[in-house]
Design a protein around this ligand. Sequence first.
Ligand SMILES: Cc1cc2nc3c(=O)[nH]c(=O)nc-3n(C[C@H](O)[C@H](O)[C@H](O)COP(=O)(O)OP(=O)(O)OC[C@H]3O[C@@H](n4cnc5c(N)ncnc54)[C@H](O)[C@@H]3O)c2cc1C
Length: 474
Amino acid sequence: MERIVIVGAGISGLATAYYLQERLPQADITLLEAQNRPGGTIWTERKSGFQFETGPNGFLNHRASTLRLCQKLGIDNEIITAQPIAKKRLLYHQDDLYEMPSSFWQFLRTPLLSWRSKWRLLTERFRSRSTSTEDESVHDFTVRRTTEQIADLFADALVTGIYAGDPKQLSLQAAFPRVALAEKQFGSVSKGLPKILAMERERQGLPPEPKQPQLLSFRPGLRLLIEILSHRLKKKPILGVPVRTLMLEKTSGKRPTWTIDADGMDLLQADAVILTCPAPRQAALVADVDPELSDLIAHIPYVPIVVVALGYRQTDVLMPTEGMGYLAPHKDRRMLLGVQYCSSIYPERAPNDCLLLRAMCGGWHRREIMTLDDDKLSSAVRLELRMTLGTIRPPVFMQIIRWDPAIPQYTIGHLDRVANIELQAARHPGLFLGGNAYHGVSLNDCTEQAECMTQRVAEYFQSTPACSLQHEST
Ligand SMILES: Cc1cc2nc3c(=O)[nH]c(=O)nc-3n(C[C@H](O)[C@H](O)[C@H](O)COP(=O)(O)OP(=O)(O)OC[C@H]3O[C@@H](n4cnc5c(N)ncnc54)[C@H](O)[C@@H]3O)c2cc1C
C-alpha cells in the first residue's frame, strides 16, 4: 500500500487527494492542514443576510479542469453564471470611473486613450515580432507592442486584477503565457490570442461560445466545492495540524521513506510527500532536506491582500454599482486595488434593498497594509469608497479578511527558477511540489495541476515498486 502525505488542504491539495484516491484506490492518503478548515483562500461566509467570498469570487469557463472536477463530484448542476452585466468592467482614472473597453471598437472610442495609443493598438497586428529569447516584463512587452499609456492603464489593471502585482516586475511568459505565445506563433496579440483561445477551447472539448469567458460560482458560494471535495475523501483532511519538518530516510531500496512532523500528531511516515502549501512554507519544510532547494523556492515572492467585504443599503450609495466592479491602476491608486460589485455579479448575495461590495487592498506596492489595525483600515477603505462610489452612510455590515501570503508573483526569470526548482526537487525521490506557486494561480490552473500531479505521482509509484527496504545503516 502506497503511503502519501499531502501538506495543505487548499483547492490544490484537496483536488490532488481526490484524484489520487481514484487513481490509486489502495493508497493511504493523508491530507494535513494547518488551519481549522479546509479550502485555503477559498471560503464563503454568511452574515447579516449577506453571503461573501473570503478569497476568489469565482472561476472562468474558458478552461475545462474545474468544470470537469465539478462534473465528477456531481455539483455541475449547482453552478451559477455571473449576470451578463458583469461583463462591464470599470477603471478608476483621474478621479473618475470609466467603462473598460472590451472590444476593438470600444478601444477606439474610449476617452481613456490618446489617438497615438489607438493608432498603435489598431496597427499592433502589423508590428514585427520580437526575436529575443530574453524574459520580458508585462509592462515592457505592452510598451513594445503598443504604448506606455496602454501599459499604464490596461496592462496594469489586468495585472492588478489577477496578481495584485507590478507589471514592471512580472514576467509576461510566466504570468500571461497565452499572450506571449500569440506573439511568438502568430506575430501579434490581436491576431493570435483569439486563435489560441479558440484552439484551447476545442482541445478541451468546450463549446466555442461564449467567446468572452464567463465567471462561474455556486449558489452557496465556492465553499460548496471545498465541502464536497472534503466530504468525498475516504480519509478526511486532518485540520489544525501545521507541518513543521520533513525528513528523508535514506534507504538502499528504490523508494525512500519520508518522515513528517506535524504539530499535535505522532510522526508520520510516507512513501511520497506532496507540498501544496504556499512557497515560503514549502521552502521552510525542505530546508533540512535540501537547503539549496529551499533557497530556490524562497525566491518566489508573494504579496499580501486584504479583502474588505461591505454591505450597504442601496439608497446609501449614490454612484451606480452595476458591473464587475472597478480596478485602480497603480498611477491612479490611493488605497484600493479595486472594488468588486458582488451583488451585481451574483444578485442573491445581498438582501433585497442592499448591495454587497468587496474592496481589495494591499498587493505589490502596498505591503504595509498588513500593519494597519482593523479600525484604521476600515476608516481608510470607507473614506475611499465615499470618494469613488459616493457612499453617504456607514455600511450595515463589514468584515476584514487578511491574506499573507496571498498571491505568488511570477517575476522575471520565473520559468527558469521553476525549472531549476523542479530539477533540484527531482533529486529527492517521492518529493512533489505543487500548489499555485509554480504554474498558474487561478482555480482552473490549480485543478489542472492537480490532475498532472496525480499522473506524476502514479508514474512514480509505477517506476519505483516497493521492495524490501533496508536502512543504509543496517
Ligand atoms: C483575495 C484572492 C482573490 C482571488 N480571486 C481569484 C478569482 O476570482 N479566481 C481565481 O481563479 N483565482 C483567484 N485567486 C487565486 C486562487 O484562489 C488561489 O491561487 C488558489 O485558491 C490557491 O490554492 P492552493 O491550494 O494552491 O493554495 P492555498 O489556498 O493557499 O492553500 C494552501 C493551504 O496550505 C495550508 N498550509 C500552509 N502551511 C501549512 C503547513 N505548514 N502545514 C499544513 N498546511 C499548511 C494553508 O493553511 C492553506 O490551507 C484569488 C486569490 C486571493 C488570495
